[in-house]
Design a protein around this ligand. Structure first.
Ligand code: ATP
Length: 462
């Protein structure tokens, strides 16, 4: 099962490169570990996911407000949030011969030991007791804490004064703007602030394609509630997250809600559910997180900055709101969507590969082709149809490479739900009753149907 899954993942990674979804970062220089670049189709898929998320969680609701905060923030933010301390470190061990670095908790997990929350000495003890070696079979150094934040320097200041960090999560940009949003928008409780943006983590061992990388995008919401309402609001948002995963086309059996046990909770959280996806070759692992963070963040920022973070109700009562945080990584969503969509079947006696992407996520909504590219009347008519659909949908492909069969295979592989072909019947030369109709081929069934050109927009909008 695991091997089958690994090979499925390898096929997906190879398809992503071949068809322009995802390339290794800085590839011509040998790459840069933990970075990936989105190609033309990857950008389209990524943007579609972000647009759909924003539509569902922000535009279709009255209680959500958008935000786009700076990536580089005043460094005090990260002291107050706990990220500069040991709370944002992973335990690191080194191969004593090669110097390669590994996450000690991952090595222990490979031996069936859960190291979550363990002290460094406990990790060292287990490594010694079980004789755990590096993957190359060498001894390991004692474990030490490794902070995951990337550091930089701002302006021309030397020393620690100009030290800044690339944000490791988008959440803190929301907390420090809580008061600004309240003052500008006068939101009624409960309400949320949503943000999509890049985050950076200097992961010790980036791996598994887009699953664990050093530069990634997050879609996060901080949802502010009165303390006594947190449980009911938690349940509502939990359902919204389930709806979102369905909207991504992820099947119920591939999603698991893992209730993080109390002893594994982050110090600020009273309840966290990890939404896990069943990645091929890997099994269930985190796709998104949903934490109840109490009033920890706003309270800490209020104490450190001296700026009140209280919410004032119309009746004059005031309190620091409690916070629910759904947090989604786009790379993991893309991986799950591709794993779910990747399908191999038989068609016309051949094995074919196709991406069964939901139409609202597919890079192209449809592809338009003339049956033959050397017949000017066909090309002219096909360009007319293409221009009309492109005006309406934007993401329409023009494809006149190779024969029609090859075009179908290519569009199948990138998940285009419909292929529209303009043939001699469209021109009405032989069958006048077919004039101004085109064939529309369905990606999943391979079946073709004729439609009037004037009905195409409605058909594709279904
Ligand atoms: P993990 O335990 O897998 O390291 P985490 O619990 O540290 O993840 P959070 O801090 O809860 O992750 O971040 C929220 C979301 O951001 C995760 O659910 C995931 O989708 C995404 N994410 C976090 N770290 C990475 C990473 N290094 N690469 C890609 N996505 C990430």
């Amino acid at each position: 099962m695991k091997e089958e899954g690994n090979s499925k993942m390898e096929k997906i990674v190879s398809l992503c490169k071949r068809r322009g979804f995802v390339f290794q970062g800085s590839e011509i220089y040998g790459g840069l570990k933990g970075t990936w670049d989105h190609g033309p189709l990857g950008v389209a898929l990524n943007n579609n996911i972000k647009r759909e998320w924003w539509k569902l969680f922000v535009d279709s609701r009255e209680d959500m407000y958008g935000l786009d905060a700076a990536i580089i923030m005043n460094a005090k933010t990260w002291d107050v949030s706990g990220h500069t301390g040991s709370g944002f470190c992973d335990p690191l061990v080194e191969d004593s011969e090669t110097g390669e670095r590994f996450r000690a908790d991952h090595l222990l997990k490979d031996h069936g030991i859960d190291a979550e929350g363990m002290l460094l000495e406990e990790i060292d003890g287990i490594i010694a007791e079980k004789g755990i070696k590096s993957p190359k079979g060498n001894t390991l150094s004692p474990a030490r804490q490794f902070n995951l934040m990337f550091e930089s320097r701002i302006g021309a200041t030397a020393g620690d004064e100009g030290k800044v960090y690339l944000r490791p999560e988008t959440a803190q940009g929301i907390f420090v703007n809580f008061k600004n949003v309240v003052d500008a928008m006068s939101p009624k409780m409960p309400f949320g602030i949503a943000q999509i943006g890049k985050a950076f983590r200097n992961e010790i061992a980036p791996r598994e394609f887009l699953f664990r990388v050093r530069e990634f995008e997050q879609m996060e919401i901080e949802y502010f509630v009165k303390e006594e309402h947190w449980e009911e609001e938690y349940e509502k948002l939990r359902k919204d997250i389930q709806v979102w995963h369905k909207h991504l086309g992820l099947r119920d059996e591939n999603i698991r809600e893992y209730e993080v046990p109390d002893n594994d909770l982050a110090h600020y959280s009273k309840r966290t559910i990890d939404f896990e996806y069943n990645y091929p070759g890997k099994g269930f692992d985190e796709l998104a997180g949903f934490a109840y963070r109490t009033d920890h963040d706003l309270k800490s920022h209020m104490e450190a900055s001296g700026v009140s973070q209280e919410y004032i109700e119309p009746d004059g009562s005031r309190y620091i709101p409690h916070v629910l945080e759904p947090s989604f990584g786009i790379g993991r969503a893309i991986t799950a969507v591709l794993c779910e969509a990747y399908t191999e079947d038989e068609m016309g006696g051949d094995t074919r590969t196709y991406l069964k992407l939901p139409a609202h996520l597919a890079p192209y909504r449809a592809a338009v082709s003339p049956l033959l590219k050397n017949k000017p009347q066909l090309v002219e008519k096909a360009r007319e149809v293409f221009t009309m659909l492109k005006k309406e949908f934007g993401n329409i492909a023009w494809d006149d490479n190779g024969n029609v069969g090859k075009r179908y295979r290519r569009q199948d592989e990138i998940g285009t739900p419909a292929c529209i072909v303009i043939d001699f019947d469209t021109l009405g030369d032989e069958k006048p009753e077919h004039k101004d109709t085109v064939t529309v081929r369905d990606r999943d069934t391979g079946e073709q149907e004729r439609f009037k050109i004037e009905d195409l927009v409605a058909k594709l909008s279904e």
